[in-house]
Design a binder for this molecule. Structure first.
Ligand code: URA
Length: 290
């Protein structure tokens, strides 16, 4: 039986296929619609499974409303089916492959104003990963995330946890500096996120800390105030990542740049980091006593 797709659906599907090809995914399988409806949150931003028509329609509707969806019981596993660096056991080599795929990226308009692509830095086997919003001026010049004033504060936060910057992995939602440090736009985040997802699936951290609302909203595909996003764990596992990896737990805290503007919130951020430390079994360093 021949079925025709409505134009909106066809265009969404074409976009999805293009996106999958970009990720190195060429095989698609038909899946019967699920009986139990998925939540808005589950079908949001990063989903690149090849859904049945009904699911795609559902997803398109969800995408229109997903950003206002409430958090479902604090547990979110984004359905991200992506080509991880299968067969490349060494995360150093896998990250190199991802960087090579990224190339001299011109996939979104952010490339026009950038000096350097800010890929990510740190321990390729880190248990803890921080994800910020996007490079600022210093990062754009140096090609490394969080090297400016906010970066100094992030370094201090890491140190306060009893870790060194080299112990963790640091990346951003977008890898090129948005002009004038504006927030990255949705299409820019969506274009860049597959690379971040591959980085996460390669590093396989136990915990991810989303720095600020932009990082949190993009990773979790929910639009909620920081007061609701913080203080809880979210399950996070890019689908398509190794089965042997159980996924990460994701926590949200304030962006260091926000803390520079409102240092009174540092205590709240410390609470978030303590939650992370507890999960990772990190005992905070003792303060030297006089
Ligand atoms: N702010 C971010 O979100 N990321 C950086 O790398 C620097 C500042």
């Amino acid at each position: 039986m021949t079925r025709t797709l409505d134009p909106e659906l066809r265009s969404a599907l074409a976009e999805r296929v293009r996106y999958c090809h970009e990720m190195g995914i060429y095989d698609f399988y038909w899946r019967e619609p699920q009986l139990s409806p998925r939540t808005d949150v589950e079908v949001a931003a990063f989903a690149i499974v090849s859904p049945a028509q009904s699911e795609l329609k559902e997803e398109m509707a969800a995408r229109k409303s997903a950003v206002t969806s409430p958090v479902a019981e604090g547990k979110i596993s984004p359905i991200v089916s992506l080509q991880t660096e299968h067969g490349v056991a060494d995360p150093v080599a896998a990250l190199k492959l991802i960087r090579e795929d990224l190339g001299d990226c011109t996939r979104c308009k952010l490339h026009k104003g950038r000096t350097k692509i800010v890929f990510g830095v740190g321990n390729p086997r880190a248990e803890l990963m921080f994800v910020g919003e996007g490079p600022g001026a210093d990062e754009d010049t140096q090609g490394e995330p969080f090297v400016g004033r906010a970066g100094q504060l992030l370094n201090n936060m890491i140190k306060a946890m009893g870790l060194r910057r080299e112990d963790v992995y640091i990346a951003n939602i977008v890898k090129c500096r948005p002009p004038g440090n504006r927030q990255p736009e949705r299409d820019e985040c969506e274009t860049c996120s597959p690379f971040l997802m591959r980085q996460i699936a390669t590093v396989k951290p136990k915990a991810i800390v989303a720095l600020g609302a932009t990082a949190a909203k993009n990773l979790l595909a929910i639009n909620a105030p920081m007061s609701e996003l913080r203080g809880r764990w979210y399950d996070f596992k890019p689908a398509g990542s190794d089965r042997s990896w159980e996924g990460a737990r994701l926590a949200v805290t304030y962006h260091p740049a926000f803390l520079l503007r409102d240092p009174r919130q540092k205590g709240e951020a410390w609470k978030d980091l303590q939650m992370v430390m507890k999960y990772l079994g990190i005992v905070p360093p003792q303060k030297a006593t006089e």
